[in-house]
Design a protein around this ligand. Structure first.
Ligand code: GLN
Length: 486
């Protein structure tokens, strides 16, 4: 097995036992990226020099014998929507194509404190709006399992990078499914933490009441290690709840006997494809074979979640994206025509079609005449959805669904039909509306060798139970040992 195929847990031991240095390890991953990125386009920026400097600092720390975090000396890919001091951060948008932040997002500051290695910035949909990575202004990212398919989105580059072993882990953001959906389509682990678990400071805001940063990894333990690192203290984000997740391996390895799983069968059967449904049933049966109990539940307002999400998210986005005005850090166009022309031309040329669509939709639902009919109503529905999940999770320990209705689709298959694209999130959008944590774990492959995945949803701040369940599937089926050939 090549070193780049190993999980963080093993690489970290090799580093602390001084069998390899972080500089050597980082070079292996940089070579892997240099070789495969022209095919995958998963990285928009590869930060060779910064990565090697970070690695050298990690080596010094390890040499000095002081206790280190398991991520010390380990490369991390960073979604290009998360601000990194001195490393270009574009949001995959033309409007920020030359933006170099002067500060770090809190999650990046934490990675630097523990001497993780910033290996580069990963491709994504422009301002995290999309389900296929095809809205990136820069390059189409491909699915490592089938280069004619999408990696999912919006954090498609982060998922493809981990799946193809360009990096052992990466960070993404999830507003309506953008960690869980690409994790599933690329066959890896991805977790959207509870809202407020991880600081959003320095993550470009899409829909502030929904956005969360979270990790991608090949194993449950690795995802837990990264969540531990990024969920630490923040004084800059008032929605950060001050409840860091602490990684304790034996908690994850605890058995699930006697635990309960809620399944809204009617909802799942209405949307999942036959192969996805069959695979999902096998996972539930496996959990039952370990002594867990499944219960049929109904999340009554779930069927309105997509409609509700596609009102609330664009509404918040239209306000958040007002800051990109051509005056401050954005690329400026139309100077010759005065201030109005600068606004119009900078935004018309700088934003892609999907971002413009969301801004229009968002301003419309917030306008005086339609506020009550759309935005206000969506907020009411959101409350109902929150209550549904709260009640359901009083009766069961977790709720399970497939992560996506179908495996990865072909590049270009849905680009002309935004509604069909929005439908790719049918199982994931409700969870950020309710604020709960959601984990996607690989559950095997279909007949075309495309990955399938399962979503597990837990109580607020109970990521641990999700990890426990996910770990059982990993331990039994070992899907994470399969690596796509590139
Ligand atoms: N696909 C959803 C959207 O386009 C979710 C995106 C996300 O989670 N960032 O809004």
């Amino acid at each position: 097995m090549s070193l780049y195929e190993k999980p963080i847990t093993e690489l970290s031991s090799l580093l602390t036992e001084k069998q390899i240095t972080s500089v050597e390890l980082t070079k292996i991953f940089l070579d892997r990226i240099d070789q495969t990125n022209p095919t995958l386009n998963s990285f928009l920026t590869i930060s060779h020099d910064i990565a090697l400097a970070d690695a050298a600092a990690a080596d010094q720390k390890i040499q000095s014998g002081q206790p280190t975090h398991p991520l010390c000396g380990i490369p991390v890919g960073i979604k290009d929507i998360i601000c990194t001091q001195d490393i270009k951060t574009t949001g995959a948008s033309k409007i920020l194509e030359n933006f170099v932040p002067s500060y770090d997002a809190t999650v990046i500051a934490h990675l630097r404190e523990i001497s993780a290695v910033r290996i580069g910035k990963t491709n994504c949909d422009e301002f995290a709006m999309g389900s296929s990575n095809e809205n990136s202004a820069f390059a189409n990212c491909k699915n490592p399992w089938d280069l004619s398919c999408v990696p999912g989105g919006s954090s498609g580059g982060s998922a493809a990078a981990v799946s193809s072993r360009q990096t052992p882990t990466s960070l993404g953001t999830d507003t309506g499914g953008s960690i869980r959906q690409p994790a599933s389509l690329c066959g890896i682990v991805g977790i959207k933490p509870t809202y407020g678990r991880v600081s959003r400071f320095g993550s470009m805001a899409f829909a502030s009441s929904l956005d969360q940063i979270g990790p991608f990894a090949n194993t449950i333990e690795d995802a837990a290690i990264v969540l531990d690192a990024i969920s630490q203290n923040c004084t800059q984000d008032s929605t950060y709840q001050g409840k860091p997740y602490n990684y304790v391996p034996k908690h994850i390895h605890a058995e699930i006997k006697g635990k309960t799983i809620g399944v809204d069968w009617a909802f799942i059967e209405a949307y999942a494809s036959d192969e996805v449904l069959a695979n999902f049933k096998q996972q539930i049966a496996f959990f039952e074979s370990l002594g867990a109990v499944s219960k049929n539940i109904s999340i009554a307002h779930q069927k309105y979640a997509s409609a509700c999400y596609y009102i609330i998210a664009p509404a918040e986005a239209s306000s958040n994206l007002a800051r990109y005005d051509g005056i401050r850090y954005t690329t400026q166009k139309g100077q010759e025509g005065g201030l109005d022309q600068i606004y119009v031309q900078s935004r018309s040329e700088g934003f892609g079609a999907e971002v413009q669509r969301r801004i229009l939709l968002g301003t419309f639902v917030l306008s005086a005449g339609y506020y009550d009919a759309y935005y206000n109503k969506a907020c009411h529905i959101r409350n109902r959805i929150q209550n549904d999940y709260k009640q359901a999770l009083q009766e069961v320990d977790i709720i399970a669904t497939p992560t996506t209705p179908a495996p990865a689709f072909k590049l270009g298959a849905k680009t002309n039909n935004p509604l069909e694209m929005y439908h790719a999130d049918v199982f994931t959008v409700a969870i950020p509306l309710a604020g709960n944590p959601g984990l996607s774990i690989p559950t095997g492959f279909n007949k075309d060798n495309l990955p399938l995945g399962m979503q597990l949803v837990g109580r607020h701040f109970d990521e641990e139970t999700l990890f426990q369940f996910g770990h059982k599937i990993q331990r039994e089926f070992q899907h994470h040992t399969k690596v796509p050939t590139l």
